[in-house]
Design a protein around this ligand. Structure first.
Ligand SMILES: Nc1ncnc2c1ncn2[C@@H]1O[C@H](COP(=O)(O)OP(=O)(O)OP(=O)(O)O)[C@@H](O)[C@H]1O
Ligand SMILES: [Mg+2]
Length: 311
């Protein structure tokens, strides 16, 4: 659905995007992960025809973003870093203005506006001034303008930045609800965000792609995983028994209030079962057992480790 080949962008002497290539399949949610200044927004602006590249090509639904910008824009919904909303308009006025801009036939506009208001949970604020809305609601209005013409492709630039945890969850589930129905590229610098929402990630650092992986492959990066075990009673016996399990490489006890044990092991499901059996046999009082997504974090930091900020 989206193909980017050797995309390069220079701002004067500054190389912001450096020979970037990736593809996104139809119906896929791709997380575009990178630190501040990595080149996420620049890549997205090129894909959405806001800015030309210095070299390389990009196509959306088979249309070249440089040669056929109108065809591309028809198929893309774009939520920029700063939502392009007008504070002096009512939510409903703004959406009807956007609908007109996107050339939705007049007769279809009310239906499309209602649909997007419902989808983005904006019904209750349709008659409010955008300028008076909270940041989370304004972000949803931004998402509504990206969705109004029913685009096949959605490009979202840090859609959850600055939102409270409840709003983050809502936006995430909205994005997840589009899985398989639309193709989504979603930028963020927050790792847990991509793990929670995306099928696959592309990691960009200093303008270059440093990894492209399926999320499932990443959470057990390097073939190891960490499991957090919370018990009622910590003892040397239980730690020893856990260390004795074949496939376990490290067992670390923590005791601040609750008794926590972090076990590093090969990424195999049967090991989880074995660990819980050991804890129960040792009568440690198993309270909780959960995988820790640390492997992903470490993998990411290793990739960009030692690299300096370009700023
Ligand atoms: N208009 C511009 N003129 C000059 N340099 C720019 C311009 N826009 C971006 N840059 C530089 O290009 C690089 C990539 O910026 P970009 O905004 O694409 O990064 P980003 O990954 O979106 O970062 P953030 O997470 O902070 O949004 C940075 O070094 C930035 O300073
Ligand atoms: Mg950015």
């Amino acid at each position: 659905m989206i193909e980017v080949r050797s995309l390069t962008k220079k701002y004067g002497e500054r190389l912001a995007v450096d020979d970037v290539s990736f593809a996104v399949q139809r119906g896929e949610i791709l997380g575009f992960l990178g630190q501040n200044g990595a080149g996420k927004t620049t890549t997205m602006k090129i894909l959405t025809c806001f800015m030309p590249a210095s070299s390389g090509t990009a196509t959306v639904a088979g249309f070249d973003v440089f040669e056929k910008p109108l065809e591309v824009k028809k198929r893309i919904g774009y939520l920029p870093e700063i939502p392009p909303v007008y504070p002096e308009l009512l939510v409903s006025e703004y959406l009807s203005f956007v609908a007109e801009l996107k050339r939705i036939p007049r007769s279809e506009r009310p239906r499309k506006i209602d649909r997007v208001l419902e989808r983005c949970n904006l019904g209750s604020v349709r008659k409010r001034l955008i300028g008076n809305l909270s940041k989370g609601y304004r972000q949803r209005v931004g998402l509504a303008q990206a969705l109004i013409h029913d685009p096949e492709v959605l490009i979202l630039d840090e859609p959850t930045i600055g939102l409270d945890p409840k709003q983050v969850t809502e936006i995430r589930s909205l994005i997840k609800s589009m899985r398989s129905e639309r193709t989504v590229i979603y930028s963020t610098h927050i790792l847990s965000e991509v793990a929670a929402t995306c099928d696959r990630i592309v990691i960009i650092d200093q303008g270059r792609i440093v990894a492209q992986e399926a999320i499932s492959a990443l959470s057990s990066a390097g073939g190891t995983t960490k499991t957090e075990i919370v018990v009622q009673r910590m003892s040397d016996q239980v730690l020893r028994a856990l260390r004795d399990i074949k496939g376990v490489s490290n067992v670390q006890p923590f005791s601040n209030g609750a008794h926590r044990i972090v076990v590093e092991s090969e990424a195999r499901e049967d090991l989880m079962a074995e660990m819980s059996q050991v804890v129960v046999n040792q009568k440690a009082g198993l309270i909780r057992m959960s995988p820790v997504q640390l492997a992903l974090e470490e993998y990411y930091l290793n990739l960009i480790g030692g690299r300096r900020d370009m700023q």
